[in-house]
Each structure stands twice: as structure tokens, then as C-alpha cells.
Design a protein around this ligand. Structure first.
Ligand code: HGY
Ligand code: MN
Ligand code: MN
Length: 425
């Protein structure tokens, strides 16, 4: 029998379907002319319904958990009728504002296709497969990222209930409006002892694979992250009549904060971004009296990230003193660095090698992922797919059907390698 060509392999057809499904989900948006699908919105509910249909077609038994994550499980029971350990495979369906159509989504759809490609072999694995579509990875609506996977990992923090979105709606009220019961969020937590691990396929959100000319990579660790909302208070006054020595311009203070983030992070080899800034009262002839900006800080290790933040706070104090302002940061998100588990990385490497790539590239992910939350309770690993030019969080984000097909071949082979390692020789 001759080996099927790449294009005639079952993964090629599944990859084409995944690309079509990414297009279909891209139409589930609250934003005219772009993609914006946030936690606990009508679009979140619609995306879950559509994805649940695809999961059921693939033979998965589906449910939505107490935090709005969608799950689909197959081969839950062993031959003896006892529950088997569960290998979670997933990513997220929520998006940033004016997003691309693959970030997170492609990983969920690859999980479904994995089950389809395994077919009857899924019952021979020593674990059940549970595909998870996490409901909030980006933190677009409430600022705090990883809400969905934090609930699944059982690390929900009740302080989050009072987070508010841009319209002043609390997370608690948004839960209720979505039909969820805040008092029951704990029910979304998995029993860590029942898990065989967590695998996540995701587009790379940088140019490493594209530059190296390789389609797939294995992730070694995910950057430690912290996010802050920084309030700058000055004094609103007349733009014409107020001499410079009497001004306390909140916008100029915020601009200095943003520049300090860049300068310090470049010097300290960390990554810092100011992605939002609002200024009040917001009139052409009024000196801004109030500004609010976000700071997203990332580093390879928790300690380095925290030292950089401490240096930034000292710099903010100097800016505040010099300009007669009050600058107050509030932390809205923190996630420790996560190191992928050697046994799962080995399986992913074996999977990539099965596609004909003898030396799988190893990547440190500066982007955050649901694997960060799951890494608190079980072993995790990630498979990255090439993203041409590394552009993500942008409508031009792309991954080719051919690379998705390679990714599927690698994912199937990785799961089989993991099964073989668990069963032993
Ligand atoms: O922001 C991140 O790193 C991720 O894409 N949510
Ligand atoms: Mn993202
Ligand atoms: Mn993502």
C-alpha cells in the first residue's frame, strides 16, 4: 500500500473544515466590521452553542460548566466501567477587540478534530479525552484574564466578583444575566486527581516559527504576567489661562508613565505594554485632570517580573512628584510563569517528529494561554503552529490550512505517544 500524500491525508480535510469553522465563528461578533467576542455576552452563548454542535457531531458528550466554559468528553469509562483519567485538550473561544479569527479558536477546533481523527482508537487510549472551549482567556471584558480556566482549575477568587466592565456591569451581575449562578462557580472546578494532563494547540503569536521556516514548535514555558489599571489624578483647568507652572496635567503624566514602561522594560529585557488610555474631561480647551491607563507586564520568571514592577512604581512616584499628580496602580491580573511538563513535551516532540520534522523547535511563549491556569493543577504542554509574520491580536492573523493539517497530525501522534508512554512497553 502506498503512503497517502499529505493532501489526501484525513487531517487535510479536517484542517479545511477547521478553517471554515474559524470563518463561521468570526461572524459571531459584537463589533461591526471586526471580531469582538467577550465573556458572558450573547456572542459567547452563540459560540458555545455552535461549538457544542460540532463536538456532538464528533461523538463528544457536551455540557457548559458553572463558569460558561464548554466541555465535550469521549471515552469516559474504561472497559471495567470505571471512570478513566481525563486528558484535557483545549483553548479559548473569546477574543480581543478587532481580533483575528484563529487565536484560541483553532486550538478548540483541533481538539474536536483530534477526536474525529482518532475515531475508534479513542477507546484504546488509557485516558478519556475532554475538549474544553474556555470562555474567557483574554480578559477583554473585565481586565482580569483567564477567568474561564481559573474556574476549571479551581482557583477562582471571590474578589473578582466586583470587577466591572466598560459599562459598569459587575462580573457578578454579568454571571446572573448570562444565566449562571455566582454561588455555584466552584462546581466548574475539575478534580485535579482525575486529570492525565492538559494539551493546548495554539498559533504562535510571534514570528519565531515563520522566521525559522518550521511549521510547528513545542513550548517550554509561558511568561509570568501581571496587569494593572493605573489612575493618574491631576487638575482640570483652563487650557489658555493656566500658566505652565500651575498645571497638573494628567495626560502628560500618563504619557510619561507609558514611556517609563517602555524604557524600563527594554533596559531590563522584559515586556511591557500600555494598551489603553482614557483622558477626562476630554475637551480640546481643558487641561486633562484625570487619566487611566493599563499596564501589561511580562517576564520569563515571576521574580524578575516583580522586580521590574517595583522599579516602575518607584519611577511613577518620581513622575507624580515632579508634576504634582497622584498616580495609583491597581493590580487586575497576575499569573505565574508556567513550565511545561517534560513528559508531555516529549509527547509533543514525538508528535512533531511524526510529521517529518526531526528537530522540533522549542519556544518560550511570551503570550498568555489557558495552560497557565491548568498548570496550577496538572501537567501541561503546548503545540505552536506557525503564524505568518507573527501577527496576532489583529484581523490579519493567519495560519494556513496546510499548517493546521500538520498540527493535527502532530497532535494525534502526540496523544498516541502519551498513551504509549502511560501504558508502558
Ligand atoms: O494576552 C495574551 O498573551 C493572550 O493572547 N491572551
Ligand atoms: Mn489572545
Ligand atoms: Mn489565545
Amino acid at each position: 500500500m502506498t503512503e497517502p500524500t499529505r493532501a489526501s491525508r484525513p487531517s487535510a480535510a479536517r484542517a479545511a473544515t477547521i478553517a471554515d469553522r474559524c470563518d463561521e465563528l468570526a461572524a459571531v461578533t459584537s463589533m461591526e466590521g471586526g471580531i469582538r467576542r467577550v465573556y458572558l455576552s450573547a456572542e459567547h452563548a452563540r459560540a458555545n452553542t455552535i461549538a457544542a454542535g460540532w463536538m456532538e457531531q464528533a461523538g463528544l458528550r457536551t455540557w457548559q460548566d458553572a463558569a460558561g466554559n464548554l466541555h465535550g468528553r469521549v471515552a469516559a469509562l474504561g472497559a471495567d466501567g470505571d471512570p478513566r483519567p481525563v486528558l484535557l485538550v483545549g483553548s479559548h473561544l473569546d477574543t480581543v477587540v478587532d481580533a483575528g479569527r484563529y487565536d484560541g479558536i483553532v486550538g478548540v477546533l483541533m481538539g474536536i478534530a483530534l477526536v474525529e481523527l482518532l475515531g475508534g482508537r479513542v477507546h484504546d487510549l488509557p485516558f478519556a479525552i475532554q475538549v474544553v472551549a474556555f470562555s474567557d482567556e483574554e480578559g477583554t471584558r473585565f481586565g482580569k484574564a483567564l477567568l474561564g480556566s481559573s474556574a476549571v482549575a479551581g482557583v477562582w477568587n471571590d474578589a473578582w466578583w466586583d470587577l466591572v466592565d466598560g459599562d459598569g456591569t459587575t462580573l457578578r451581575d454579568a454571571f446572573t444575566a448570562f444565566g449562571l449562578d455566582p454561588a455555584r462557580v466552584g462546581e466548574a472546578a475539575v478534580d485535579a486527581g482525575s486529570l492525565a494532563g492538559y494539551l493546548e494547540a495554539h498559533i504562535e503569536q510571534g514570528p519565531f516559527l515563520d522566521r525559522s521556516g518550521q511549521a510547528l514548535g513545542v513550548v517550554t514555558s509561558i511568561a509570568a504576567a501581571r496587569r494593572f489599571s493605573v489612575e493618574v489624578v491631576g487638575e482640570a483647568r483652563h487650557a489658555g489661562g493656566t500658566p505652565y507652572e500651575m498645571r497638573h496635567d494628567a495626560l502628560l503624566g500618563a504619557a510619561e508613565v507609558a514611556l517609563a514602561v517602555e524604557r524600563t522594560c527594554v533596559a531590563e529585557q522584559h515586556i511591557g505594554t500600555v494598551g489603553t488610555m482614557t483622558v477626562e474631561p476630554g475637551a480640546v480647551n481643558v487641561i486633562p485632570g484625570h487619566a487611566r491607563l493599563s499596564v501589561d507586564l511580562r517576564g520569563e520568571f515571576d521574580g524578575g517580573r516583580d522586580r521590574v514592577w517595583d522599579a516602575l512604581v518607584a519611577e511613577f512616584d518620581r513622575i507624580a512628584d515632579r508634576r504634582g499628580l497622584t498616580i495609583t496602580p491597581t493590580e487586575v491580573h497576575a499569573a505565574p510563569a508556567v513550565f511545561c511538563a517534560p513528559r508531555l513535551m516529549d509527547a509533543v516532540r514525538t508528535g512533531i517528529r511524526a510529521t517529518g520534522e526531526p528537530t522540533p523547535p522549542e519556544l518560550f511563549s511570551k503570550a498568555g494561554h489557558d495552560a497557565m491556569s491548568l498548570g496550577l493543577v496538572t501537567d501541561v504542554a503546548m503545540l505552536f503552529l506557525r503564524n505568518p509574520d507573527g501577527i496576532s491580536h489583529h484581523p490579519d492573523e493567519f495560519v494556513s490550512v496546510a499548517d493546521i493539517a500538520l498540527g493535527l497530525d502532530a497532535l494525534v501522534a502526540a496523544v498516541e505517544a502519551l498513551a504509549a508512554a502511560e501504558v508502558g512497553p
